[in-house]
Ligand binder design. Structure first.
Ligand SMILES: [Zn+2]
Ligand SMILES: [Zn+2]
Length: 292
């Protein structure tokens, strides 16, 4: 059933979160082939949201696996090639599908001015934007990737993981900072996979139901409320990201039911996101979005 805060009109079918052949942790599948599959599936709108390059000075604050850093995003040198690819595809398929050119931009505490510079520099090209938190500082202020691997999380967030409530609060605090970031944001903007911190929830054996679920603590709910209030104020939406459903230790959409319900209460728009990094991911679980 369609609800009032679904974005766009009934006739549209939008994948608001996809990656391209240039993504260094992607499959390398041709973006054109992915778009053709989306057209076959009846999508009318398709956002290209490739990972924006990380700040040039970020490496000195990063303590995680070097490969995690190197494969996280486009390099600065690739941005022009990405935009050219996106524009070519936009032109080539314009009669069949509306391609929105954008990025998935990492929020990184302490690197706000770099993020603002990026948005300003490419403002004329950015039609759509996803703001995500993939990196979190540990208690000493060194960053680790929170969705690269279980080993990386265990290494970087060992003390936090002993008390998952603290890890989750630190993550939502970062998302709260992200939604408050100032800068040249496009009109169409969403928070990416809002509860990505649960990617390995079944590995950590966080209880799904009941008061012991650290994702549903009072503190987590209070931060989620603040994030959604701010999103509403800024007219940002949420990426209703289906990638988590297919992750072996997540087995849920991002975000989960509680957040969707709170977003709906506030009228925060939800936009389907396959987060496709391969041809196989295109259109994944769209039926779930239709049911919500
Ligand atoms: Zn990615
Ligand atoms: Zn992401």
């Amino acid at each position: 059933m369609m609800t009032s805060n679904k974005m766009m009109c009934l006739a549209s079918k939008w994948d608001g979160h996809t990656h391209t052949e240039l993504c260094p942790h992607g499959s390398g599948d041709k973006t054109a082939t992915m778009i053709e599959k989306a057209i076959d599936l009846g999508f009318t709108d398709y956002s290209l949201t490739e990972h924006a390059p990380l700040p040039k000075t970020f490496l000195s604050s990063y303590a995680g696996d070097r490969e995690g850093y190197e494969t996280a995003s486009l390099t600065w040198e690739q941005v022009e090639a990405y935009l050219a690819l996106a524009q070519d595809l936009q032109r080539a398929y314009k009669k069949q599908i509306h391609i929105h050119i954008g990025f998935e931009l990492d929020y990184l505490a302490g690197f706000e001015s770099d993020r603002q510079d990026f948005l300003k520099r490419f403002a004329s090209h950015i039609e759509d934007l996803i703001v995500s938190v993939h990196f979190l500082p540990d208690e000493k202020g060194q960053f680790w990737c929170l969705d690269y691997s279980i080993e990386e999380c265990q290494k970087g967030f060992a003390s936090y993981l002993a008390m998952p409530n603290r890890l989750i609060a630190a993550y939502y605090q970062a998302v709260y900072e992200a939604v408050q970031m100032k800068g040249s944001f496009p009109k169409s903007c969403r928070l990416g996979h809002l509860d990505l911190i649960k990617k390995y929830q079944d590995y950590w054996q966080w209880p799904r139901l009941g008061a012991m679920n650290p994702l549903e603590s009072k503190e987590a709910h209070s931060l989620i409320g603040k994030i959604l209030d701010k999103a509403k104020e800024r007219q940002w939406g949420l990426d209703l990201n289906m990638a988590g459903l297919y992750k072996p230790y997540c087995n849920d959409s991002y975000p989960s039911a509680y957040i969707l319900q709170e977003a709906r209460k506030r009228g925060v728009p939800l936009v389907y996101g396959s987060d496709a990094h391969s041809l196989g991911n295109v259109g994944h679980a769209y039926y779930m979005y239709e049911r919500i």
